[in-house]
Design a protein around this ligand. Structure first.
Ligand SMILES: Nc1ncnc2c1ncn2[C@@H]1O[C@H](COP(=O)(O)OP(=O)(O)OP(=O)(O)O)[C@@H](O)[C@H]1O
Length: 596
């Protein structure tokens, strides 16, 4: 299954930059915070250099002998003060960093989710839930781990390196000769890492997505998996996906270790070089033991910031791979760029598509020469011209596989047409699709009913139920609207779930409804109740109804008969019966089926 998944796009560098600028834009307080953060970090770095220099001086005071302890006490006080100042500034930097960046991250996470909502449903389905979930979780966490460290580490480390080098030069500029040894090693290591790491991180992230997809597939279909005894097969698939993650994880770790090993070589060369220079200076009387001590301590301190800087580089690489995947989703759904929170309201297409949305058309829902194929060349919908007028109900009938559900999905924007134009409202909330896959959410009956209109009162909910003759949905449970449904509560039967879905739509009150539901057996009490609810729901709305039971067609204003993706008859129920064509035959067969 994951093999057939078509992953969501990954953004290029330029798009990532544009989105980062957009995220930071309009946040003047961030700039002020950033300046404050840099100032605090610089204080911490400056305080850190005081300790080795004071320690070196202490060694020289002790080596010179003498009874006066005052200079040692002064130096010790200096060191303690600097240590305290450095620790306080470090702590402050962490708090400031977290405050600032968590806000941006929350915004990013919201925009990924909004981006997913704005993508055509079929595009999200093709990508698979694993890809979507891993981008909104793993990838955002990756950035969340990296970002709060990057700014303090970059500024603090760079400043520490400069101050430490100055400190060494103050003791004796000749100590700086070791830089000739270590700088080339660093440059080569960083260049190698910059080439090697990014593709490995990107592949690691993609493997996370595949593993998530395998897990979600198995968990969602757990009952089917058990029923068919497919547990072993799914376990093997998850295990295989986990092994791919593990292999990429190991490769990423090898890259990291190799990189740090090269840095250790630089450290080793530097320490050796300093010892040689120090030995030469002291034995020739040009330096003191205290000077060598201070320089060695400074040099050791230097490697903390250098390693931190390069470690941050590592995190930046990994976070950039995640950012490219996140921005890929945000960028693929252009409408989300306008709003930074909450789901986007439009179902605008992602790829250039012939579908246009014209809110001000005389017909609010329609098809002009629309074709759609699941498999290239085999059109499930093959040249449909049909316009549903304001307030009109058009029923679509036809044999199984004629293309009815595909037409409904095109009307609702689940699929984008391959050819022709689908006219539908620009705002997603104006059109609601009800399919037979009704989802009962984990929550009370009340929560389930007001899913599309969260502020509805109990009176409004009851009024909506009454309008579609669905008060039975509340009466079915002892605790009425407070009844707990979904995974943690009761699971309503298929017909009741369908009634809840219809009431949900009535309450949300969209202008256009597309119905493609067929849960109950024709002729059963449930079917009669659902037919009536659906009829009342579409009564004053513009509606396209896939009539799985022909009783649904009889009450429509017009009926479109579909064969092999084409409309072969179109007219009112009575007109079509009078014509004695395909519809009349279907109707006669259906009536006969019900009578026996
Ligand atoms: N996801 C899919 N992938 C490939 N082909 C599909 C897919 N969904 C439907 N089809 C094919 O497209 C054609 C139209 O299917 P569609 O489900 O729209 O018909 P329908 O009239 O709604 O049938 P039914 O009444 O059985 O639901 C059929 O030939 C079907 O096999």
């Amino acid at each position: 299954m994951s093999a057939t998944h078509e992953r969501l796009p990954v953004a290029d560098g330029r798009t990532v930059w544009r989105e980062v600028r957009r995220s930071l834009g309009g946040r003047t307080w961030m700039l002020v915070g950033l300046v404050g953060l840099v100032a605090v970090v610089l204080v911490a770095a400056g305080a850190g250099v005081v300790v080795p220099l004071a320690l070196g001086s202490m060694v020289d005071v002790i080596a010179a002998g003498g009874d006066d302890a005052t200079p040692i006490l002064v130096l010790a006080a200096f060191m303690a003060g600097a240590g305290l100042l450095g620790a306080t500034a470090d702590g402050l930097a962490v708090v400031l960093g977290a405050r600032m960046f968590e806000t941006v991250l929350a915004d990013l996470r919201e925009r990924v989710v909004a981006g997913v909502f704005a993508l055509p449903q079929s595009r999200v389905e093709r990508a698979g839930q694993g890809d979507v979930v891993s981008r909104a979780t793993d990838d955002v966490s990756q950035i969340g781990d990296a970002v709060p460290e990057v700014v303090p580490a970059l500024t603090g480390s760079l400043f520490s390196i400069v101050v430490t080098a100055v400190g060494m030069a103050v003791v004796d500029p000749r100590y700086l000769l070791v830089l000739v040894l270590i700088v080339p090693v660093h440059v080569l290591a960083v260049r190698w890492y910059g080439r090697t790491a990014p593709p490995v991180y990107l592949a690691e992230r993609a493997a996370f997505a595949d593993r998530a997809a395998a897990l979600l597939d198995a968990l969602h279909g757990v009952e089917t998996v058990h029923a068919f005894g497919l547990g072993g097969r799914h376990l093997r698939r998850i295990a295989a996906a986990s092994w791919v993650v593990a292999r990429w994880g190991v490769r990423a770790q090898i890259v990291r270790n190799t990189f740090f090993a090269r840095l250790n070589v630089a450290e080793f060369l530097g320490m050796g070089g300093l010892l040689v220079i120090g030995f030469w200076l002291v034995t020739t009387g040009q330096g003191t033991i205290g000077g060598v001590t201070a320089t060695m301590l400074l040099f050791l301190r230097l490697f903390g910031p250098i390693n931190l800087l390069l470690f941050v580089l590592d995190q930046v690489q990994s976070a950039l791979a995640s950012l490219a995947r996140i921005v890929g989703v945000i960028d693929a759904a252009p409408d989300t760029n306008a709003s930074t929170s909450g789901p986007a309201e439009s179902t605008a297409p992602v790829e250039p598509s012939p579908t246009v949305e014209r809110a001000a058309q005389p017909s609010p829902l329609g098809f002009d020469a629309v074709r759609y194929a699941y498999v290239p060349g085999r059109y499930a919908v093959d040249g449909i011209d049909l316009h549903v007028h304001e307030g009109e109900t058009v029923a679509v009938v036809g044999a199984s596989g004629a293309g009815k559900s595909t037409l409904a999905a095109l009307a609702a924007g689940v699929h984008e047409s391959d050819e022709g134009t689908v006219v539908r409202p620009a705002r997603g909330g104006d059109l609601v699709l009800v399919t037979q896959e009704v989802h009962v959410f984990d929550g009370t009956l009340r929560d389930n009913l007001r899913f599309g209109s969260p502020d509805a009162s109990d009176d409004e909910i009851r009024a909506a139920l009454a309008r579609i003759g669905g008060t039975g949905a509340e009466e079915a449970f002892d605790d009425g609207l407070d009844a707990r449904l979904g995974a943690a509560g009761r699971t309503p039967g298929a017909a009741l779930a369908q009634l809840i879905a219809l009431a949900r739509v009535e309450l949300a009150d969209p202008r256009i409804v597309v119905l493609d539901e067929a849960t109950a057996e024709a002729g059963s009490d449930d079917a009669i109740r659902l037919d009536e609810a659906a009829r009342l729901l579409v009564r004053e709305r513009t509606a396209l109804v896939v009539a799985h039971r022909l009783s649904q067609a009889a009450s429509a204003d017009r009926v479109a008969v579909l064969e092999h993706g084409r409309i072969v008859e179109l007219g009112s129920h009575d007109e079509l019966l009078g014509r004695g064509g395909v519809y009349a035959t279907l109707w006669a067969a259906w009536r006969e089926g019900r009578e026996h």
